[in-house]
Design a protein around this ligand. Structure first.
Ligand code: AR6
Length: 177
């Protein structure tokens, strides 16, 4: 059972999430779980073929229809410095997925998955703020509110937003202040 405990530290840094040596990094994936561009492509490139092999297996056994938008699933992290990758699928604004609750669910589902695997530190990218077309300020506001409001599991110490580019970093800094 997950017990509600003190809130973790929540911070934002500018950088490359693939370099983060935290317990888990979150991937802004797509429903196929088979890789793509953006942070997904960077994570698969840095993790090596073991990650894609495990993703294929998770897809085949657990999500034959694809991972739903707002859901999350963890795998090992291949060659990355992190121990796990938590894959989530953000809403695609270009496909008419404009419900903020779907984006909030990416963050809460990922933290629930972190609780399941016992991750004490979790790094998030700006899910849906790239190819999926959401405004960085909107993503930042939804992400910070969702993480602050999530049922934090015992042992969760740190949630770090790792942002690509000054503009996205500034959006998260504003949302956190
Ligand atoms: N570290 C941290 N953030 C990054 C990195 C990185 N290495 N690389 C990109 N970003 P996106 P989405 C930022 O497009 O909008 C993929 O093809 C990026 O600047 O990666 O959820 C998937 O397979 C932006 O701020 O994810 C899906 O098909 C943020 O990460 C689709 O894109 C998210 O941009 C998902 O689109």
């Amino acid at each position: 059972m997950t017990r509600r405990t003190g809130a973790p530290r929540i911070e934002a840094v500018e950088g490359d999430i693939t370099a983060q040596a935290l317990d888990a990094i979150v991937n802004a994936a797509n429903s196929s779980l088979l890789g793509g561009g953006g942070v997904d492509g960077a994570i698969h490139a840095a993790a090596g073929p073991a990650l894609l092999a495990e993703c294929r297996e998770v897809r085949r056994t657990a999500y034959p229809q694809g991972l739903p938008v707002g859901a999350a699933v963890a795998t090992a992290a291949g060659d990355l410095p992190a121990r796990w990758v938590i894959h989530t699928v953000g809403p695609n604004r270009h496909a008419g997925q404009t419900d903020p609750a779907l984006l909030a669910a990416c963050f809460t589902s990922s933290l629930a998955e972190a609780a399941r695997i016992g991750a004490a530190s979790v790094a998030f990218p700006a899910v849906s703020a790239g190819v999926y077309g959401w405004d960085a300020d909107e993503v930042a506001g939804i992400a910070v509110e969702a993480v602050r409001g999530a049922a934090h599991h015992e042992g969760l110490e740190l949630v770090r937003f790792v942002l690509f580019g000054a503009r996205t970093y500034a959006a998260f800094t504003r949302a956190l202040s």
